[in-house]
Design a protein around this ligand. Sequence first.
Ligand code: PRX
Length: 625
Amino acid sequence: MYYYPHLNRYLDYHKQSLQDIENFWDYQGRIIPWFKRWEKVLEKNHPFYRWYVGGYLNASYVCLDHHLDSIRRNKIAYYWENELGQTESVSYLELYNRVNAFANFLKNLGVKKDDVVLIYMPMVIDSIVAMLAVARLGAIHSVVFSGFSKNAIIDRIEDSKAKYIITATHTYRRGKRIDLFPVVKDIDLPYIEKIIVLDRDGNFKEEGKFVKWNKDLEFVYVTPEIRESNDPLFVLYTSGTTGKPKGILHSTGGYLVYVASTLAWAFNVNDDSIWWCTADIGWITGHSYVVYSPLALGLTSFIYEGAPDYPNPEKWWSLIEKYKITEFYTSPTALRMFMKYGEDHIRKYDLSSLRMLGSVGEPINPEVWTWYYENVGNKKCPIIDTWWQTETGGFILAPFMGIIPLRPGYASLPLPGIEVDIVDEKGNSLPANTKGFIVIKKPWPGMMLGILNDEEKYKQTYWSKFENMYYPGDYAIKDENDYIQLLGRADEVIKIAGHRIGTFEVESAILESELAAEAAVIGVPDELRGEIAVAFVTLKEGIQSNEEIKQKILMKVREVLGPVVVFSNIFFVEKLPKTRSGKIMRRLLKSILTEKEIGDISTLEEEASVEEVRKAYEELKKTLA
Ligand code: PRX
């Protein structure tokens, strides 16, 4: 690349940061306030890494109390608006008051240190109050996305042994009331002691273990529980290749240092920022960049409860104008949807307050990148494409402060203190322009503590494919300047509208319909959502395939997994193509649907001979014809 001073300075800085990562992160640890400084910056017990060992802190103190002695005391922490045009805002002091009051309320209900509290709430300020109140008591929150079903909640409670559920009566989306409390009302698990309900319409009746969250709680100061840096702050479930979702456990100290640092590095936010991250609190992006990092840095954020294009595609742009948003962070799926509507809906609004634009969750196609840059950013805002995962806690790749040259479709370079590489099957570094697996070569403070209740799975999933390298499960490629482009998942995980779903989970849900004998689910490209699901199903004996059966299966998946899974189709087949050892040939199924040449995939189908693949291919083609 031609000589770019900023790029070269960044590369020097980055190189320096890697020379002694302990020293680097030791210094960086000061970005948040601690009750007591750590004794050891990093303790290695591969593959378990512990950061800031012996350091004490409390997340709600970091996010709230810490700001009260400064100019931020009366600064707005959150602006909120919903589809009905209702608004609310809280200053840091008001948020502190509400968190203390609610923490006291929870304490009186019996919530204590290390209890797991499940939060099933909409995008309202109270949800953030709930997360911080739980953290203040030294308890562990397990936020479940409010679009998930009862079954998904039950699975998570059974795994985490959550004792309390915090929910709300309802939310609104696309002009409709969506009830939340009825979803959890009948959950009858022995560990559940109380279900605390935010009464949003004044009609909620307390009874038995159902407790009303009264908005006029009296302020009572609650001393923040002292947590060691590696005490867990939260567990968040995410999909993997096998079995039920895994409970990703995050630390308190390393996590907070990491999310605060990465937000500042990637977006160059400051005290004048009006930050809008459109993610729901139910996902890691919501945890890290709606709640913890903006608060730790003392920013003003905006949050919105509702659909992006309801009642029309102007909604979001009107909000950017109204709240004078300076940094805006969203997903490629949302952008693709807006692109479909043309540009008139954007032009009506003054978006000149914007300084930075971000993207997350799935690869951003160069066309979408360019559209975003030209139409939303008016060619003056860098696009900060951030690549990371639930497990990494915060951004791993992102163009540092937008000051390095940008390349459409590339998440660019690793942030300071982070070493990544693109490697082949054996873990050897690959040269430029060769597709391989992205790996992270050194530990970082935002990394998960592990998987709740499953050390083996943690080792197996992330640390067994390559020696001493963290394996995220994504394909990537780099250019001659080491800029990295992500090329999608390398495992059986699909990304529907940026939501991560294991094909295995969808298959299990299909089998739960009691109609299917076997199911194979794959992800296929979709113009709007990035990927969507396609299922190949064999039915149980005596069951005839027809539209009604298809609908029943779709309903079952919706019931088990919620509306997150979107199908393009369900194909009923006589038998699924399998290898001799009984493994379903998924890549073959995919190649048939994406009309790839059989030659491309015959070698990819491990364990199967070329002949087997060819035969299965021909048979299936016939069935689908
Ligand atoms: O495949 C990558 C994709 O999302 C996965 C992580 O999903 P999740 O844990 O749900 O976290 C989403 C929010 C961080 C990754 O393994 N992914 C995330 N960001 C990007 C991305 N793919 C390409 N480009 C990105 N910027």
